[in-house]
Design a protein around this ligand. Structure first.
Ligand code: AMP
Ligand code: MG
Length: 504
């Protein structure tokens, strides 16, 4: 089981380790009792050019539990800090994760491969460094769902059961996840060095990040300000995508925000069922800091912490630096609203219109917000409502009406929407419905289905429900009657009582 993987080529670089001494410690994965492969994404492995086509499950289990890493691979635990629920922790770091290296994928992009659950590190504090099967398979489901929805995200390459128990509120089976990310550089990574006033490392880390994610900015004197702008732009676009699809991250601490603009660290995340801006599922988010509607504001708050951390790089004197940062962050709201509205326009079947004026934006924002208010008033399922609006675009409003108790209010809004649609004659009716179905998913990771699948895997070792759900999540826009059970909302009582956990 733990024989070296000598007959597969598995070449990884580690530019982070090479270029950024002092930002990590070299560390090895812990031995595990009985590695067993639960999940492996062959397509993703192919995209990464890992040369694992011929590898068997035992080999993969040994490899992706860290038991048989090629000799040239030298994993590291990255250091970072972070604001958790608003409070600054000056030292966090990879307490149960290791960066094993970087693959250059088929498109020439450098992508991190990292373990999660691979044992204690110098940053583990009181944690055991471990992860459980359920939460790691959850990362697979959410990451693949986000990817299929076209939302920038980290993805799972492999999950290996360790054959060892993990002690939480209950005893759970242990697992190690291999995660693929554009990078694991977080807002908190910069906060760590800023808090120590280590400007040299701060600058090295910034320039490394620019070279890796924003190389087009070059090395001019304004690059750090331009980079802050680029990072903020990416976050505003990402947040709009989350909001458009009803995703609630659940733990938007600054250590869980990627500089690369990917969705990362799915702990207690969950998708909204009935539309309500105040929706919170996370058991630890007692005051609703990370509630659905708060997310764009929190992203901006996190970016302000990021800007503070890199302030010394923006200008020589602090006042100028603050002015620069403030100016850039002031643009976040407008950028977010732009992306949000563009997303909602597409969802409303209005993507065909060429140019928009400020007045058009106001009209469409009002149309979208009034629709959301209707959903909220009726406690209507967010995902299903959009899908049935596409039916209405084809002249079949009955399925939509069936979701709403207040028929006249819906009728009045539909009349406005149809008037608005008529301004876009280029979009024929059938095309509109089709276009709407291509952006409004039918299948999202609904909490009851996710829990059902994870429970079967974790408690009974049955992977069938997980695999079936995964298959459905990879086709979110398909109207396949065989997938109907994944499209149904959870019973209201289920959602009302649903709590998600960090999985630590
Ligand atoms: P999270 O909120 O899950 O992103 O984790 C926050 C911090 O806690 C990070 O530094 C993690 O590495 C650390 N952490 C979470 N779970 C564990 C664990 N079981 N053992 C050690 N460190 C952990
Ligand atoms: Mg984290």
């Amino acid at each position: 089981m733990t024989s070296p993987v000598s007959d597969v080529s598995f070449k990884l670089d580690n530019s982070f380790a090479r270029e950024l001494p002092g930002c990590y410690v070299a560390w090895s994965p812990a031995p595990v009792a009985a590695p067993r492969l639960l999940y492996f994404n062959r397509e993703l492995a192919g995209e990464l050019g890992l040369g694992l086509d011929a590898a068997g499950t035992d080999e993969l289990a040994a490899l992706f539990s860290g038991q048989a890493l090629p000799e040239h691979v030298a994993p590291i635990a990255q250091v970072y800090a972070g604001h958790q629920f608003g409070n600054f922790s000056p030292q966090l770091g990879d307490g149960r994760a290791l960066l094993i290296g970087e693959a250059i994928d088929r498109q020439g992009r450098r992508r991190d491969l990292a373990f999660k659950g691979s044992g204690r590190t110098p940053f583990s504090r009181n944690g055991d460094g471990k992860a459980a099967v359920g939460p790691m398979l959850r990362e697979v489901l959410i990451g693949e769902a986000m990817h299929a929805l076209g939302i920038p995200t980290t993805r799972a390459l492999a999950v290996v059961a360790t054959g060892e128990p993990v002690y939480r509120e209950q005893t759970l089976p242990g697992a190690i996840l291999t995660r693929v990310a554009a990078s694991h550089i977080r807002v908190g990574t910069f906060e760590y060095f800023a808090a120590r006033d280590d400007r040299e490392r701060l600058k090295q880390l910034a320039d490394y990040s620019i070279a890796r994610h924003d190389a087009e900015l070059g090395d001019g004197p304004q690059r750090h300000a331009q980079w802050l702008h680029a990072v903020a732009q990416r976050q505003s676009a990402l947040l709009a995508r989350w909001m458009n699809v009803g995703f609630i991250h659940g733990v938007m601490n600054t250590d869980n925000m990627s500089i690369a603009g990917e969705s990362i660290d799915f702990g207690p995340c969950a998708f909204m069922e009935a539309y309500h801006p105040g929706t919170v599922f996370s058991s630890i988010d007692q005051h609703g800091r990370y509630a659905y509607a708060n997310q764009p504001g929190i992203a901006q708050w996190n970016l302000a912490r990021f800007a503070e951390a890199i302030l010394p790089l923006l200008a020589d004197d602090e006042d100028s630096a603050v002015d620069i940062a403030t100016g850039i962050l002031a643009g976040f709201g407008a950028s977010y609203r732009h992306h949000w509205l563009q997303g909602l326009r597409a969802k409303l079947g209005l993507a065909g219109e060429p140019a928009q004026s400020g007045a058009d934006d106001q009209r469409d924002t009002a149309l979208a917000e009034d629709w959301l208010a209707l959903l909220q008033a009726g406690g209507v399922d967010y995902t299903l409502a959009w899908r049935r609006l596409a039916d209405a675009a084809e002249g079949r409003p009955q399925p939509l009406h069936a979701l709403f108790a207040d028929g006249p209010a819906l009728q009045a809004w539909l009349a406005r929407w149809q008037q608005r649609c008529a301004i876009e004659p280029s979009h024929a009716t059938a095309q509109r419905a089709q276009a709407m179905r291509a952006v409004n998913p039918l299948i999202i990771p609904r909490n009851h289905r996710v829990e059902e699948a994870l429970d079967a895997a974790s408690a009974r070792g049955e992977l069938g429900p997980f695999e079936a759900l995964l298959d459905a999540l990879r086709r979110p826009f398909d109207d396949d009657p065989q997938l109907a059970r994944y499209a149904e909302p959870a019973p209201t009582e289920y959602t009302a009582g649903y709590r998600s956990f960090c999985g630590t």
